[in-house]
Design a binder for this molecule. Structure first.
Ligand code: ZN
Length: 190
């Protein structure tokens, strides 16, 4: 940020009185422009086939990580809830019909100033309609997942946590809720 979004005066970076971190401060109108982490909301849409759990992934048609696979998701918008964001992003990117289930994982990405949330979801049918942000949408069994071509470290982690739980559920366990931190960049070169 170079200019104040309220009055267009150039801002300076300094630690305000009674604060501990540098902020963008406008000395013309007095506003301190705080910058805080953004929420990225994703779903893990699944389909059961011959006793095997398959997960829906989208091949990204946009940068960053064009051509890499990801779970449906994106930045939460103002004035929506996390579940509304999960539904909107999954409809936009995969055109999938699904029932949203409870939150499965929360992954902090402090180096990226982001927090990623992953909701479980059950697909209601196999009609997909890739949106403009996806090149392709398809289902993958665990053994088919292109682990070397997953777009983001948080998605890799969420998928691993999810399939660990699937194995537990098959032996009478339940899906848990998982909170993790990824301290490095969210993707190579990111
Ligand atoms: Zn200002």
């Amino acid at each position: 940020m170079k200019f104040c979004s309220a009055c267009a005066h150039p801002v300076t970076v300094e630690v305000p009185p009674d604060d501990t971190l540098p902020r963008h401060v406008c000395h013309a109108c007095g506003i301190i422009h705080y910058q805080n982490p953004k929420l990225v909301i994703c779903t893990i849409p699944t389909w059961e086939e011959n006793g095997e759990t398959k997960v829906l992934l989208c091949k990204r048609a946009i940068s960053p990580r064009h051509g890499y696979w990801t779970l449906p998701g994106g930045f939460m918008e103002n004035k929506e809830t996390t579940t509304e964001a999960a539904q909107r992003e999954t409809e936009e990117e995969a055109g999938a019909h699904f029932e949203l289930l409870p939150l499965h994982s929360l992954i902090n990405l402090p180096a990226f100033h982001q927090v990623h949330l992953f909701y479980r979801a059950t697909l209601l049918d196999l009609e997909f309609n890739p949106g403009k942000e996806s090149l392709e949408v398809r289902l993958f069994a665990k053994s088919e997942i292109p682990w070397d071509h997953i777009a983001f470290a948080t998605v890799t982690q969420a998928l691993q946590l999810y399939f660990d739980d699937v194995a537990k559920v098959k032996h009478g366990g339940t899906f848990g809720f998982h909170a993790h931190d990824i301290m490095g960049p969210g993707y190579p070169g990111g």
